[in-house]
Design a protein around this ligand. Structure first.
Ligand SMILES: Cc1cc2nc3c(=O)[nH]c(=O)nc-3n(C[C@H](O)[C@H](O)[C@H](O)COP(=O)(O)O)c2cc1C
Ligand code: SF4
Length: 643
């Protein structure tokens, strides 16, 4: 398959968008604390434009000092804020990409710690189940001021050179709160019947239109289905879409869900299906003639092609994939599908870091957020670089060093590149990680100055004899196997199960309920290998896993009758039983096999043996400190870049 529809230009109002690839809004936390554009923010957007996206919709610009839902969201409501954002628009325009400014007020999905210390205002006094701060109902005067604030932001956005604006009326923020009975319990002219609930959106639209003129594109994002107990569903959403077209809105961005939706419809995670909310875009498209965008877990350009070709939508929001690989559209246009680093919907670095109020990252893309400081234009003096280990950290180190023009050799002791990722692809919901390994391998193979040697076990003597200017030790971690587990044949590391080296059945105890233990239990449960119990000492399973991701994992385990025992400490293991302590009581759990997922320790024996190398040696990733693939990839890339 190749692209035909996705590369066709189309129009939103009078603006021509060069293709159908769109980035929808994503909070980056890359502006400064007052919302001024930073160099980091500018280069981040520029990378996507360079990578071939036809349309970028920025993160949600807070329309006043107290409208933000995160500490560092962008803002352009004051005159002196325009200049920085103008520089960003200019950087994007160099590549022919169009850029719209999303505007919002977070409503109840905010809290005083991030909105300038003010009370949180919303349609009705009610705490968001996620943010949990009690809010104050907006007065009529406050509504009218907020409407004006949208107009000012739109006017300034136009003055900064943005090609259009998007009014954010979805995902549970302020305007969405007025639109739906989930949040709107008002008994004045802003509550109750359809027209009343639509009133604020109509006023905002009219004010924005008044400020930007008749021929300036205005798009509206709203949630076609809210996926809450009493949230809006499609019939009313089709009414909204028709109404917007009558007003003069130029395009619709069909999102879904709000904070607190029961099924993460807003930003879906693996293993929810790809494009599973796209039929809602189709339902809206059926009742309007303005362009409609579908979005949510559409990360494959060929799937996007099919959606546009079959008339589900006119253009496609492919957002997290722009974090994982900003060059995806260009690669897809050129048929280089095997070079695309797909978003694997782990939400580890993106939404996971948004809530920490610091710049977002991506598990697969160490360059994200670092575009402003990594440059491959000027090459340093070429050095001889040796990378030991072909996991994500080692591969990223070799790629970065290779792109800097160094003479790079990578030694991997196994017959395949991938390291721990080879096991990580095996559990349900993780298959897409295989494309990550393929994309890294492909990138290595295209760098003529990088030599990969497989089946090469590195000794300290070999490494010293090689005579590299820089040695990057990326030997990863080794699974912990505490002594009390003994040395029994039926006590098996999780990795060996996931890679299919060993099979187990019967009464299976998974020792350790961190992410690896949980995923291994899912793998076993999917294959119906017997009675599975996960034993975890901590109070929570998968404690370090983003909870949005853990929710579907937990459902899978419960559906497959996997028993989860938290607060459970292993005391000893005999040939037949695992003896555990729960709330001070001792119990015996009989087993046929124990699968061990009790963490990792650095595999760094070579470090000491290589101490004579001094600062020629850099230790990265799990070999330095066991964390996760994102940290390993970032450290590897940084070490390779600075080699
Ligand atoms: C880190 C992050 C921040 C987001 N911030 C916003 C936002 O500012 N405004 C918005 O309308 N949607 C926001 N979203 C939702 C995205 O626009 C998009 O609808 C969602 O990620 C699903 O699309 P995808 O699967 O292509 O990523 C955000 C999503 C992520 C991952
Ligand atoms: S961190 Fe995970 S979910 Fe987020 S963009 Fe990267 S791969 Fe996708």
């Amino acid at each position: 398959m190749k692209l035909e529809y996705m590369i066709k230009p189309f129009r939103i109002g009078n603006v021509e968008i060069p293709n159908r690839f769109a980035v929808t809004a994503m909070v980056t936390n890359m502006c400064d604390k007052d919302g001024y554009a930073t160099e980091q923010y500018i280069r981040y957007h520029e990378a996507k434009a360079k990578g071939g996206y036809g349309l970028i919709i920025t993160e949600d610009y807070a329309v006043n000092a107290h409208a933000g839902g995160y500490a560092r969201v962008a803002r352009i409501y004051k005159e002196d804020m325009i200049e920085g954002h103008r520089r960003m628009v200019k950087a994007v325009h160099q590549y022919g990409t169009k850029i719209f400014c999303q505007m919002y007020h977070a409503g109840r999905q905010s809290n005083s710690a991030v909105n300038g210390g003010a009370p949180v205002k919303s349609a009705t006094a009610q705490a968001c189940p996620w943010n949990r701060q009690m809010t104050e109902e907006m007065t009529i005067e406050e509504i009218q001021q907020t409407v004006k604030d949208f107009g000012i932001t739109a006017r300034n956005a136009k003055s900064a050179g943005f090609d259009g604006v998007e009014i954010h009326a979805g995902n549970g923020y302020l305007i969405a709160g007025f639109l739906s009975f989930t949040q709107n319990k008002r008994t004045d002219e802003y509550g109750g019947c359809f027209n009343n609930r639509m009133r604020i959106l109509k006023e905002v639209y009219n004010e924005v239109r008044r400020n930007v003129g008749d021929d300036y594109p205005i798009m509206v994002r709203f949630s076609a289905e809210e996926h809450t107990y009493d949230g809006r569903t499609l019939p009313e959403s089709r009414m909204i879409a028709k109404e917007l077209e009558t007003w003069g809105v130029n395009a619709i961005n069909c999102s879904n869900g709000i904070y607190g939706s029961y099924n993460l419809a807003q930003v879906s995670v693996a293993p929810q299906g790809h494009a599973w909310t796209s039929s809602n875009a189709k339902a809206l498209k059926e009742v309007v003639s303005i362009p409609v965008m579908a979005v949510n877990s559409i990360d494959d350009p060929l799937m996007a092609e099919q959606l546009v070709a079959e008339g589900t939508c006119d253009f496609v929001g492919m957002s997290r994939c722009s974090l994982a690989d900003p060059d995806m559209p260009n690669k897809a246009k050129e048929g280089r599908f095997d070079e695309i680093r797909p978003c694997v919907r782990c939400v580890q670095g993106c939404t996971g870091w948004v809530v920490k109020q610091i710049p977002i990252r991506c598990c697969l893309n160490p360059e994200l957020g670092n575009e402003y400081r990594y440059t491959f234009d000027d090459q340093p003096e070429s050095k001889k670089v040796l990378v030991i280990g072909g996991g994500p950290g080692g591969m990223q180190a070799a790629i970065a060093a290779g792109r800097r023009g160094h003479d790079v050799t990578l030694w991997e002791k196994n017959s395949k590149l991938g390291g721990e990722l080879l096991a990580a692809v095996c559990p349900p919901g993780k298959g897409e990680f295989a494309s990550y390994i393929i994309a890294l391998r492909k990138q290595l193979s295209k760098l003529e100055n990088v030599k990969v040697i497989l089946n090469k076990t590195a000794s300290a003597q070999d490494i010293i004899a090689f005579g590299a200017d820089k040695v990057i030790l990326a030997t990863g971690g080794l699974a912990n196997q505490p002594k009390f587990l003994g040395n029994r044949d039926n006590v098996i590391p999780a990795r060996e199960i996931l890679l299919g080296y060993r099979q187990v059945e019967g009464r299976i105890l998974v020792a350790g309920g961190g992410e690896v233990g949980i995923e291994t239990a899912m793998y076993l449960a999917g294959g119906e290998r017997g009675e599975i119990t996960v034993v975890e000492m901590a109070h929570k399973m998968a404690e370090k896993t983003d909870q949005t991701r853990y929710i579907p994992m937990r459902r899978f385990l419960l559906d497959h009758e996997v028993k989860l025992m938290n607060d459970t400490k292993v005391i000893e293991v005999t040939d037949t039983d695992m003896v555990v302590e729960i709330n001070g009581e001792t119990r015996k759990l009989q087993y046929d096999a124990i699968v061990v997922a009790m963490g990792y320790h650095p595999n760094n024996a070579l470090q000491e043996q290589l101490s004579s190398l001094g600062d020629k040696l850099v230790v990265i990733g799990d070999a330095r400190q066991c964390q996760n693939a994102m940290e390993a990839a970032s450290e590897g890339f940084e070490a390779g870049y600075n080699a």
